[in-house]
Design a protein around this ligand. Structure first.
Ligand code: DQA
Length: 143
């Protein structure tokens, strides 16, 4: 199974960014833990981070035929990134939405996601474990 994991704006600052909310692991460390986890299930995982919506859209468009699933934490773009929504819709890429924090226990503007309704499901509030939970779920599916 081929999986693309995308992280959006400011997630490259994990480790130093509001650690009381997002934890103290860097994105690099989180990705290496996810990679090891995925190996157990024979998953091939590609990681991509960008602070820019257009680059995220490019990545989805360039890879949708090569991957079976997308796991995405769009960061702040979750709440208004219609371009990402349209990229997922136009490629029909099966997608899981992940957030480290529990967006529902935070400011109201974080309660709204422009992609939740077009995703398989959403994992929010379990820190970096959320990415592994998504993979765990996918490991039970046929491609
Ligand atoms: C986030 C939640 C978003 O509201 C925020 O803008 C982020 C991170 C999370 O993982 O909890 O950048 O997606």
């Amino acid at each position: 199974m081929n999986i693309l994991i995308i992280n959006g704006p400011n997630l490259n600052f994990l480790g130093k960014r509001e650690p009381e909310i997002y934890g103290d692991k860097t994105l690099e460390l989180i990705n290496s833990e996810i990679k090891d986890f995925g190996k157990k299930y024979g998953m091939k995982i590609e990681f991509f981070h960008s602070n820019h919506e257009g680059y995220i859209i490019d990545k989805i468009q360039q890879n949708y035929e090569k991957v079976d699933y997308l796991v995405i934490n769009p960061g702040a773009l979750t709440h208004y990134g219609i371009g990402i929504r349209d990229a997922i819709l136009s490629t029909n890429l099966k997608t899981i939405e992940v957030h480290l924090s529990n967006v529902y226990s935070r400011e109201e503007f974080r309660h709204k996601s422009v992609i939740s309704d077009i995703c398989i499901g959403k994992i929010t509030g379990f820190g970096s474990e959320g990415y592994k939970m998504a993979l765990q779920y996918l490991s039970n599916l046929k491609k």
